[in-house]
Design a protein around this ligand. Structure first.
Ligand code: G6P
Length: 229
């Protein structure tokens, strides 16, 4: 059972593409790797990697380039890509937080909701630190903690547990179709961020947090749940 807004006591945010647009840095780093290996791929192809783990992303990219690698080579190249990525995100600043996200999180905290982060990225804490967002989160579950990649709901379940809530008491904010599936599998109420055509299973889809108050979002979730049932 998903929860009604009166039962919502916490919010679990994915990071990449929800709070900070780090996808463009992943794209630059993966593209550089592909180019070194002698091929290229489009921004559209990169979109399909949203939410995938580092290794799953590399495997997909190698498929596009029709390149075979041993497991040791894959580990080497995923490390190389990660070093480039970490260098790129070192330039992140508070101004890189997506429009409206900080205000929305502040309002949620003021309303007494607990706030958690659930990200597959091992660099999530670095991103929170550079954008000065760390102190807004009661719990951070990142790729250093999780063992199972989405569509397994592990990261969301761990995040809910870390803020002492059960899934029906939490809203999950997620930008990838795979992430939405994972949160639904964990029996969370899910707010998709982005284009409704790509996130058909979310309870509600919003374009982002700009001009969105926490109260109006909870009202819209309420309406969406009633129209689903
Ligand atoms: C997030 C991003 C993915 C990324 C994954 C692992 O889910 O959406 O694009 O591959 O985290 O990130 P990492 O920084 O550990 O390689």
């Amino acid at each position: 059972m998903t929860g009604s807004p009166e039962h919502i006591k916490g919010m679990v945010f994915n990071l990449d593409g929800v709070i900070v647009d780090t996808a463009r840095y992943h794209y630059v780093a993966w593209k550089r790797l592909a180019n070194q290996l002698g091929f290229d791929f489009s921004a559209g192809q990169h979109e399909s990697l949203r939410g995938l783990s580092r290794m799953a992303s590399l495997e997909k990219i190698l498929e596009w380039g029709e390149i075979y690698m041993t497991e040791a080579e894959k580990l080497h190249w995923s490390d190389v890509k990660n070093n480039w990525y970490v260098e790129l995100i070192s330039s992140l600043r508070p101004g890189d937080v997506l429009p409206g996200a900080l205000l929305f999180i502040r309002q949620a905290r003021e309303a007494g909701l607990k706030i958690a982060l659930a990200s597959a990225s091992k660099s999530a804490r670095q991103v929170l630190h550079s954008t000065r967002l760390e102190s807004y989160f009661d719990a951070v579950i990142d790729g250093n903690i999780t063992r199972k990649a989405i569509p397994d709901p592990e990261c969301f379940l761990l995040a809910a547990r870390a803020i002492d809530l059960v899934p029906s008491e939490c809203l999950v904010f997620e930008d990838s179709a795979l992430g939405v599936m994972a949160a639904l599998a964990g029996r969370f109420t899910v707010v998709g961020i982005g284009d409704p055509d790509y996130l058909p299973n979310a309870h509600l889809v919003i374009p982002g947090f700009e001009d969105l108050s926490c109260t109006s979002l909870l009202g819209r979730v309420n309406e969406a749940i009633f129209s689903h049932s």
